[in-house]
Unconditional design. Structure first.
Length: 213
């Protein structure tokens, strides 16, 4: 049974790497870029859904954490777009759809997966709860730092005056800190490593496009 689980997880991992490798090439080659951009939300939903389905079955605490994190971060993003008080003054472009109150509904899933990936990587290296929480928050901020230039170039979102405010990174740190603390202190377990690969492949996607675009 364990062998079958490993085979399935290895297959899903390979699928992730293939999809994002195709995405990198498609974004670099100008004739295919518009097609890639039109598929962005679908790709995030497909790959993110694949990860969640793989890691969450029969894990009630994890499912509750995913739902709470998705809803709360989506509300924070809506409030952020409307007020500029949380992350700074920004607005979403036309790449990420559909939207609710000018905010892509997929963005909450991105928060869920980035924080989960950061937690899983942190737990691989630390056993202390406080260290896991702090490392998770730092990894999430690092991810956003890597993502921002590419997201702006591809019109995922735009910042006022083309300047990313420091409070954006501070907000990322606090949000990741809060939800990783919720995760750790409720003793939620997350076993499959697919979420780590998702974090790594997305980070690699943005790192490569930072150089190539």
């Amino acid at each position: 049974m364990e062998g079958k689980k490993n085979i399935k997880e290895n297959f899903y991992t390979a699928v992730l790497y293939v999809i994002y490798a195709v995405g990198i090439i498609g974004h670099i080659l100008a004739p295919f870029r518009e097609i890639m951009l039109s598929l962005t939300s679908f790709t995030l939903l497909l790959t993110g859904g694949l990860v969640i389905i793989n890691i969450a079955p029969k894990n009630k605490k994890l499912i509750q954490w995913i739902i709470a994190t998705y809803l709360f971060t989506l509300l924070l993003e809506i409030a952020g777009v409307k007020t500029g008080l949380i992350f700074g003054e920004y607005h979403y472009g036309e790449v990420l759809k559909p939207k609710i109150f000018e905010t892509p509904v997929i963005i909450g899933m991105n928060w869920v997966l980035v924080i989960l990936g950061s937690i899983k990587i942190s737990k691989r290296y630390f056993n202390n709860g406080l260290l896991i929480i702090l490392t998770t928050a730092l990894l999430a901020v690092l991810f956003d730092f890597i993502m921002e230039p590419v997201a702006i170039k591809l019109d995922y979102w735009q910042w006022e005056n083309n300047t990313i405010p420091l409070k954006n990174y501070f907000a990322w740190f606090l949000i990741a800190l809060a939800f990783s603390a919720y995760f750790v202190y409720n003793k939620i377990e997350i076993r499959p490593s697919l979420i780590e690969h998702y974090f790594i492949v997305q980070a690699a996607f943005f790192l490569i496009l930072n150089v190539a675009l």
